[in-house]
Design a protein around this ligand. Sequence first.
Ligand SMILES: Cc1ncc(COP(=O)(O)O)c(C=O)c1O
Length: 404
Amino acid sequence: MDSRGQGGARGAVGSARWSPAERVRAMGTSVFTEMTELARSTGAVNLGQGVPELDSPAALLEDVARAVLAGSNQYPPAVGAPALREAVAAHQLRRYGLDYRPQGEVLVTTGATEALAATLLALCDPGDEVIAFDPCYDAYAADARLAGARLVGVPLALDGDAFVLDADALRAAVTPRTRVLLLNTPHNPTGKVFTADELEAVAAVCRDHALIAVTDEVYEHLVYDDGARHLPLAALPGMRERTLVISSAGKTFNVTGWKIGWVCGPAALVGAVGAAKQFLTYASGTPYQEALARALGSVEEWAAGLRSTLRRNRDLLGEGLAQAGLRPFHADAGYFVQADVRPWGHGDGVRFCRELPARAGVVAIPTAAFYVGADAPTWLVRFSFCKREDSLRTAVKQLVAAAP
Ligand SMILES: Cc1ncc(COP(=O)(O)O)c(C=O)c1O
């Protein structure tokens, strides 16, 4: 009998017998793939995936075209184009007072996605545990698994329509096997921005238990409300030396297809991530890296305009969901609004999302898909607002028409 048991799909390639390796077996078709396919096959407005329909800076696009035509088409250094590493270091210093050396403390990656994977491969041994807050971005559990580690989800507590840190639950989740605390702020899927007090509580746990912190800050420029401000965990006392900061250009410039991200941190940690990264992609996107180096220098000007578009979109969608009789939660940041679908007589967000394309011509994602642990509010659904205004208006009109 196959030593891998009967769980995985089997196939034959010539005379070879095979089944998927243990580490990928649980990574079958996700609800994201299912909903994207539903959007394609039904022609529904896709408010599922966070793929922006918004413009990118014209000068950035022209810069990339120029770089391609000028011959910047071969491998950049594995650690990233020097100009981009310098621009990232300058950005961290200018915005957050975090001082990184472009040589050794900044690593360019193939999106935040590769940064996350390479980081967990670099930091975790088999049997280790990584803590993240539930709900969380779906790559975290998969990356931990690829590293032989296990993602432990600590649920954010629901306080009205706000997701808040439960510091006691966080402390209780730490074990002798915990290596990494993975913090995403601003947060996908909730739109939460961790407050200064919450960050201090997270930092205290990292310091007390000698944990490495990994922060996913890809929505750092997309905070909409005056009351909320993005603060990197690394800027708190005693945290720079134990934190790897991950971000990327995708959300900031509406260039998610370019897959240019970066990691900043102490040289020893960044070096370990680079060791894994060199055998994943080695390097990527030379012309994009060169153009983004210039764009990052004046990102504040661009991001102010993008924020006002996204803030308008958020309000349009939120008001539309309320008009349709769903109960939208407030999002301070990011691309997504959560809505309680119980007013439509549904306690099951998965079923709601499977039925929604036929019922209202709209695709959304059940929030339960973002939970690692068992405590998911099954009645929450995530709608994306990084879309053109006409897409959102169409979706709202159809939702209102389909309301019970
Ligand atoms: C929280 C979070 N982290 C990371 C990523 C991936 O970023 P990138 O496109 O730069 O790989 C995303 C993309 O949706 C995200 O939402």
